[in-house]
Design a protein around this ligand. Structure first.
Ligand code: SF4
Ligand code: SF4
Length: 357
């Protein structure tokens, strides 16, 4: 099971698509439970994956250090904005299996959404992690929004040669509808997917597998037969623990009743797992086995209405179709030993990468 732990509801940035800290009434800025309470709860799982989240998780390094010290056999993940990296000692950084740093692509795009100078600090953090000997999976976690050019942003991050994987999420659930969303999809995102798939295949033919997480995750499903539902595992093999000790299915769903699963003080929360499911309208879709119904929160909330939901489906389907078209080429490259199926199959465990943008 993946446990996404909010170490705080506070963030030191105020990114345009998110707005920064949670209100302390909704997600308290300090945990209301003790470290003992949390460790007792997590100790019930023989093979936990623990992901530190927030707010900005590094605002509360004491909790991170204590959990890592007391559960040394767990797998660890962190999602950070990479501006407070120095707060956690190197010996802890080296224990992470996956580190996800938020960066949106080129400097002008990242700084426009996240604040002036953020891009530079993320790159400095990534370079520092490599310098201190971090050998885990270093993931650039992008938010793709109205001024993003998917191809240019992903290509830029790949060209830096620092990140093992690039993942992106579309800023389409919690934001207001964009001014020219359909135009952007047609003129920018869809051509961007096409160009990226072409680049991915060209490099694969040269024996270099680019770590484009959505492509790898979907190709794994196309070759393997299916993807989980939802692909992020929310409410199935992933739960989130808020700072008041309550448990919710998805880390975004902090204030909706359908996502509530219990609390770390209750024993029966496991009975609630699998209760929240993607419904039949997705399950009967011919792309469900490679899409998994995409995002549980978007499925439930439909903040852009039915037509908005369907316009995002068109993007998902476009990506799946492009990848289905190159499946035989990928299999051929695996067969010839030019790329390795072990490298392709990603992620190896639920490291919080949601796979479908
Ligand atoms: S493409 Fe849309 S309708 Fe089909 S499974 Fe995915 S989210 Fe559901
Ligand atoms: S993909 Fe959706 S359901 Fe899954 S963690 Fe993200 S917001 Fe939650």
């Amino acid at each position: 099971m993946l446990y996404i732990i909010f170490t705080t509801g506070r963030c030191n940035l105020k990114c345009k698509y998110c707005g920064g800290s949670f209100s302390p009434e909704r997600v308290p800025w300090k945990p209301k439970y003790s470290a003992d309470d949390l460790i007792r709860f997590l100790s019930g799982d023989p093979d936990p994956i623990i992901a530190f989240y927030g707010g900005e998780p590094l605002i509360n390094v004491d909790l991170i250090g204590e959990v890592m010290d007391r559960l040394p056999d767990a797998r660890f993940v962190i999602q950070s904005n990479a501006t407070l990296t120095w707060r956690l000692k190197p010996e802890y950084w080296l224990k992470f299996n996956a580190v996800l740093l938020s960066i949106d692509g080129r400097m002008e795009v990242t700084d426009f959404y996240r604040g002036s100078g953020v891009y530079r600090r993320v790159i400095e953090s990534a370079e520092w992690l490599r310098r201190i000997g971090f050998k885990g999976d270093l993931i650039a976690r992008m938010t793709v929004s109205e001024i993003s050019d998917l191809f240019l942003e992903v290509n830029h991050l790949l060209s830096l040669g620092i990140f093992d994987h690039i993942h992106w999420q579309l800023d389409v659930i919690w934001s207001d509808r964009w001014r020219r969303f359909d135009h952007w999809c047609r003129e920018s995102y869809i051509p961007g997917i096409d160009r990226l798939v072409s680049l991915w295949i060209r490099r694969a033919e040269e024996g270099m597998l680019l770590g484009i997480a959505p492509f790898q995750g979907v190709m794994k499903a196309i070759i393997g037969g299916s993807i989980g539902s939802p692909p992020c595992g929310s409410g199935v093999n992933s739960i989130s623990i808020l700072t008041d000790g309550s448990i919710v299915a998805c880390p975004i769903a902090v204030d909706v009743e359908w996502a509530r699963l219990g609390s770390i003080f209750e024993n029966d929360w496991r009975e609630t797992v699998n209760r929240i499911r993607i419904g039949d309208d997705c399950r009967s879709c011919m792309y469900f086995k490679y899409c998994g119904g995409r995002c549980l929160y978007a499925y439930k909330e439909r903040l852009w209405g039915e037509s908005g939901f369907r316009s995002i489906c068109r993007l998902t389907i476009h990506m799946i179709k492009r990848l289905m078209e190159v499946k035989d080429k990928i299999l051929h490259l695996i067969d010839k030993g030019i790329i390795n199926i072990e490298d392709l199959a990603y992620p190896k465990f639920n490291n919080t990468v949601e796979i479908i943008p």
